[in-house]
Design a protein around this ligand. Sequence first.
Ligand code: UGA
Length: 350
Amino acid sequence: MVNVALIGGAGFIGSNLARFLTSCEGYKIKSYDLNDNKLRLRFENEEYSFKRLDVRDSTSELDRVVAEADVVVNLAAHVRPGVFLLKPLEVVDLNFFSSIPTIESCVRHKKFLLHFSTCEVYGKTGGSFEPFREDETDCILGPVANHRWIYSSAKQLLDRIIHAYGLADALDYVIVRPFNVVGPLMDDVVPHWSREDNPRVLANFMSALIYNRPIQLVNGGHSRRCFTYIEDAVSALELLIRRRHEVSRQIVNIGNPANETTIADLAKRLIRIYRTHCDPAVDVRIEEISSDEFYGPGYEDCDRRIPNISKLKRLGWVPRYDLDQTFTRCAIYFYENRKRLESLLQQAAQ
Ligand code: UGA
């Protein structure tokens, strides 16, 4: 039995991963987070193990959690660009400083660490459209004045610290870089858009469709993303945990390079899918909005990011869900669960 501790494990990826690992043989899962609202929805009436833990002020409790685990998964992070722009210091506090005790506990207790990095570490393309490779691609970020990159910088430094522990032969780990994973329980559906509650693109477009408000295309929606369905992502994560000794001390991209699209195309596809599977009468406008208006100053976009997934392919993993399958599953889940997702938002606000 492999004891897996999910730190920050009740968010979008964590709650879906906990559910998936629980359905596989050979794992005992414990999730630690500020609340278990999303776990409750994901597990429905099934049992799960959860303990409240705030990584920002629970160092000794965290150390005990790490000591009891075989594999420690570090998911605690702010992940929405809206937060990077509004609260850059909170991003550094949670994503960087609060990750250090988890890493150091893994070193102290010789535990395997699965650490969540991000595709955002690669930054911008610099004009080359080669898929990003974990060990070869440069990380190209904009100036400090564009503080959107604070998240990427914090995550990049963590990757380098973990790598350095590996060089010192003090830590076994795998660093994962997910590429725009979408699915049930990602971010919140927000009835009224505001900069404070600003979900990532899929959740914001779904909110627009559900609450009948315009879909907002930032700077025309020309940027490109490769969207990855959550079920593909969690199957990759399980594979990496199961075969961790083969991927030890490596960085691994998780994404679907075949699922590339522009944000403008995402808007049109989602409207079509929503009309077909959810509400035939839906009629929302698509409107353009500047990044200054949407995020405030300091924003700069990743123009395009495609994962090279050779490492995962060598382990036998291939993504299964294409763009339409991915967005159809998302649309149906968001639509059918809109009332429950709304109450989730209210609980989080309390
Ligand atoms: C985000 C975060 O940086 C990371 O936490 C994370 O690693 C990554 O997503 C991911 O999901 O893997 P980004 O893709 O820029 O990065 O986040 P989104 O908010 O989903 O934006 C995607 C694109 O849509 C951007 O070009 C953005 O300007 C645009 N957008 C967003 C809109 O046009 N309208 C919206 O309502 C929201």
